[in-house]
Design a protein around this ligand. Structure first.
Ligand SMILES: [Ca+2]
Ligand SMILES: [Ca+2]
Ligand SMILES: [Ca+2]
Length: 463
């Protein structure tokens, strides 16, 4: 879910809250391209040598077992995240919105102990209120954290060895927190190791960006001062560097920019915002209608990480999608910074299709050696309609400068535009990804099983 502050975009807020589409935002195409686009090549890369999940390492193999249905239950589950336990990479948690569940609960957490082959309910229970925007992370001990919202901002934790979750409200509904994500500091070289950060915006405070932080994630939460210097934010992503610097990145839809700021004292104080990118797409409309997500629209929010190991440790990575420079479709892009977000690389295009395809819902994670794993929805296999999607992935072993040939992850297409689909939410606002030692687990909203039955799917990938 994502809600801009009223009264700027009341229609968007209504359909985010109620699942009703009251307006279709037109895709506007600004005339002034910003920044050069380039794409390098690496590869070839392959999918997933995971025990019985696959039978071959051949690239492009139609291995039906490679895509696993996590939720596999009636009703639409959309907006997905996943986290791999750093103490045991066969252990993972995944979550999604589940706004039509008969029980009235709307966030469920799923757990696997066999590296994603089978999934069970992880025992999380937020009651029957309307909750949304779940995000997951583990700390270095294997304690699990779930950030989510129920008009207020909540955090839930489950310590290693426990079977029950402890839920807390950390920002009240008077601020209307939105589009949170939780990040953990697991770096042995950080003086804030063990800290837990939740980035979010306050819709009732002109969408002010904040990070709320705790030294261990189990209590004593402190809200940062307002981080953004100007404008209104959506999609406040927190990411932690090996030295404990915490970055907050967000979309300023009115200014049509992505901004970043950082804190070097555990979230207490923040500095001057820096521009990561200037959008060509008209983000001022908030939700942007594109052919594969025409009714809900999409938000080109940044999804970020800081490289933890290898030659580019400390490099800040920002992924997002934007309108192509010369054509009317969108592309998946990355920029990186080696000086704490002050200056940025040129814009690097990651999708390698040669057609007029759309790309959206970027997700980024990394392997233990610092290899980046970038996934996104892609309509290249539905030309010229651009309605059906596949999920694609690309890898970078040089800190984001060049990217491998794109690999199709999905073994069936999804179409959230066909009659009877969950038009209020479609794929939702984001999908997830998590890196283990030598592989990453991707998660996405998938409608291959039928309309109003969207499920959460996962697949493991590795270079
Ligand atoms: Ca600032
Ligand atoms: Ca494109
Ligand atoms: Ca379903």
């Amino acid at each position: 879910m994502a809600r801009p502050k009223l009264p700027l975009h009341p229609a968007a807020r209504i359909f985010a809250l109620c699942g009703l589409v009251t307006a279709t935002m037109a895709l506007a195409l600004p005339s002034a391209p910003a920044g050069a686009s380039s794409r390098g090549t690496q590869g070839p890369f392959t999918t997933v040598p995971l025990r019985s999940n696959v039978t071959s390492l051949s690239r492009g193999l139609a291995a039906a077992k490679r895509n696993i249905n996590v939720t596999n239950k009636p009703g639409p589950q959309s907006e997905t995240t996943i986290a791999i336990d750093p103490t045991n990479s066969s252990h993972m948690l995944a979550t999604a919105n589940d706004l039509g569940a008969p029980s009235g609960a709307s966030v469920f957490v799923y757990e696997t102990l066999d590296r994603g082959r089978t999934w069970t309910d992880a025992g999380f229970n937020a009651g029957t209120g309307f909750c949304y925007d779940p995000w997951l992370a583990f700390n270095g001990n294997g304690d699990a954290f779930l950030s989510y919202e129920c008009s207020d901002q909540r955090i839930s934790f489950r310590k290693v060895g426990q079977t029950t979750w402890t839920n807390s409200i950390i920002v009240t509904s008077s601020f209307f927190p939105d589009r949170d994500n939780v990040a953990t500091d697991n770096s042995p070289t950080s003086s804030f190791k063990g800290s837990v950060y939740v980035g979010y915006d306050e819709a009732n405070q002109n969408n002010a960006a904040h990070v709320i932080y705790s030294g261990n994630g189990f209590g004593s939460w402190t809200k940062s001062p307002k981080i953004n210097d100007t404008g209104a934010t959506i999609g406040v992503n927190a990411a932690v560097a090996p030295d404990g610097t915490v970055y907050a990145s967000w979309e300023d839809w009115g200014a049509k920019k992505i901004f970043v700021d950082k804190s070097t004292n555990g979230g207490t104080t923040w500095g001057t915002d820096h521009v990561v990118t200037n959008f060509r797409i008209n983000t001022a409309s908030f939700f942007i209608s594109i052919p594969p997500q025409n009714s809900r629209g999409v938000l080109p929010m940044p999804f970020t990480t800081v490289i933890q190991n290898g030659a580019h440790a400390g490099r800040l990575i920002e992924t997002y999608f934007d309108k192509a420079v010369a054509t009317t479709n969108t592309n998946a892009y990355v920029r990186y910074s080696d000086d704490g977000g002050v200056t940025w690389s040129s814009e690097i295009q990651v999708n390698d299709d040669t057609v007029n395809a759309y790309h959206f819902h970027t997700a980024i994670s990394q392997l233990s050696n610092g290899t980046l794993v970038y996934s996104f929805y892609d309509t290249r296999n539905d030309q010229p309609a651009n309605k059906k999607t596949d999920r694609y992935v690309s890898f970078s072993t040089d800190g984001g400068a060049t990217w491998s040939a794109n690999l199709k992850v999905t073994t069936a297409q999804s179409d959230e535009t066909k009659a009877g689909s969950d038009f209020g939410n479609q794929y939702g606002d984001y999908q997830g990804s998590s890196g283990g030692g030598t592989f990453a687990q991707l998660v996405w909203t998938d409608s291959r099983t039928g309309t109003m039955n969207e499920d959460t799917f996962v697949a493991a990938v590795r270079p």
